[in-house]
Design a binder for this molecule. Structure first.
Ligand code: HEM
Length: 404
């Protein structure tokens, strides 16, 4: 009897301690820490809009953005900050060059002074990285891929991904890019020949960039790659709503229709990716193939195997997350840049003429190739460059991200 009482008392104590710990952590995370940060910032003169409990300024930002984007732009302008980040504009006017607002319980410190930004990037780069909310919001979509990795994980993952973006490797994708672009141009021409007088150019650019990434990432498994990208596009739009669903503590564990949809799509993407990776590994193991493939996926798998033999612990989930990250990071960005460029050329006919003349002169009727690229002065210097070296060089100069 005494033993039972002792065990029950011990269990009760453990339960109470765990309960109070969880309760304290929750209160600390959602109330005490935000209040402490707010006070520290206020002492330094950094203020901002009043946050609401748990959701911070999320609704204020949504209000600002829905007002600024309610109407179409009446003329083309490059000054899109007012439209896309109206809360920044309004709050910096009200609270000055440094202000703070709250994305849920996470603070966002906004700084606009160039010197301060430089100092932050150079001196405190090890403290920079993706926040918990950002990582949670994209967890089911791109997982712990490069874009969301912090600290030593980021360094490690960068090493694995780097060979896929070396100059020679990128050049080897040129043929695929030309092939996909020709296909897109043909369908554009068909639309025009069938009497269509207006086309939604963004759709064509989205299709061509998805096609190029599908090919470069999964060349030999292209058909499965297309299925994966279709699912990823759906997952991406579902995850866009993530901030709304993350507002309430623990809401992501609730088996809502939204959460179930995300989970089932993520599982389907992972299943397809795993099938491709496994079949490539099997081919190498039984000697049917000497490499995992020359596409991005093949390079990632072979780097993973190399690093594994060097003692690094890399798992398949990470490779799958990187594949999803490349799609996410490279797809919409490129499509939007292309669409914007086409829109600018369409609205500036004199530039269109100049660019067309240069392309005709350099290519002289041939299909554009890598060798032609260096000869384009106007296209490469004056039009937006499609180089993906921008984000990468930024991170290299900064030496890394800290904190996990
Ligand atoms: C016009 C096209 C592109 C633009 C404007 C662009 C822009 C950016 C920016 C601003 C970042 C930094 C994001 C952050 O850290 O929060 C980034 C990171 C990244 N981008 Fe791009 N990108 C483009 C194309 C691509 C393409 C085609 C790929 C790959 C297929 C790609 C892969 C990545 C990856 C993997 C990262 C994370 C790098 C790291 O954290 O080390 N991007 N990109």
């Amino acid at each position: 009897m005494a033993t039972i009482v002792l065990v029950l008392t011990a269990l009760l104590v453990i339960f109470l301690i765990s309960f109070f710990k969880i309760a304290y952590d929750t209160i600390s995370c959602y109330f005490l820490t935000p209040r402490r940060i707010k006070k520290i910032m206020e002492k330094q003169g950094v203020r901002g809009p009043k946050p609401r409990p748990l959701i911070g300024n999320i609704l204020d930002v949504a209000d600002f953005v829905s007002q600024s984007t309610a109407k179409d732009m009446d003329h083309i302008t490059h000054d899109t900050v007012n439209r896309l980040l109206p809360h920044y504009v309004a709050w910096s006017k009200q609270y000055g060059k440094r202000f703070i607002y709250w994305n849920g319980v996470e603070p966002r410190l906004c700084i606009t002074e160039t010197e301060l930004i430089k100092e932050l990037l150079i001196k405190y780069s090890s403290k920079a990285g993706k926040s918990w909310l950002q990582r949670e919001g994209t967890k089911h979509f791109i997982g712990r891929g490069l874009l969301m990795a912090n600290g030593s994980d980021w360094h490690h993952q960068r090493h694995i991904a780097a060979p896929a973006f070396m100059g020679e490797r990128l050049k080897s994708y040129a043929g695929l890019m030309v092939e996909c672009t020709k296909k897109m141009l043909q369908s554009l021409q068909n639309a025009v020949e069938s009497g269509q007088t207006e086309v939604e150019i963004g759709e064509y650019m989205t299709r061509v960039s998805a096609d190029i990434i599908s090919r470069t990432e999964f060349n030999s498994s292209y058909e499965k790659g297309k299925q994966i990208f279709h699912l990823l596009t759906e997952l991406q739009s579902l995850c866009h709503q993530a901030t709304r669903h993350l507002c309430l503590p623990g809401s992501r564990f609730y088996p809502s229709n939204y959460n179930r949809q995300i989970k089932s799509k993520k599982m389907e993407v992972d299943r397809l990716l795993l099938e491709i990776i496994q079949s490539r590994k099997d081919c190498v193991e039984i000697g049917r193939s000497s490499s995992y493939g020359n596409d991005l996926l093949g390079i990632l798998v072979s780097e993973m195997e190399k690093k594994r033999s060097d003692g690094f612990n890399t798992n398949l989930q990470l490779i799958m997350d990187e594949c999803k990250t490349f799609f996410f990071a490279g797809h919409e960005t490129t499509a939007l840049l292309l669409t914007w460029t086409v829109m600018l050329l369409a609205s500036n006919p004199s530039w269109q003429e100049k660019v067309r003349a240069e392309v005709n002169e350099v290519c002289n009727g041939e299909t554009p190739s890598i060798d032609h690229l260096s000869k384009f002065n106007l296209v490469s210097d004056d039009l937006p460059s499609f180089s993906i070296s921008i984000p990468f060089s930024l991170k290299i100069q900064n030496s890394g991200r800290g904190g996990k």
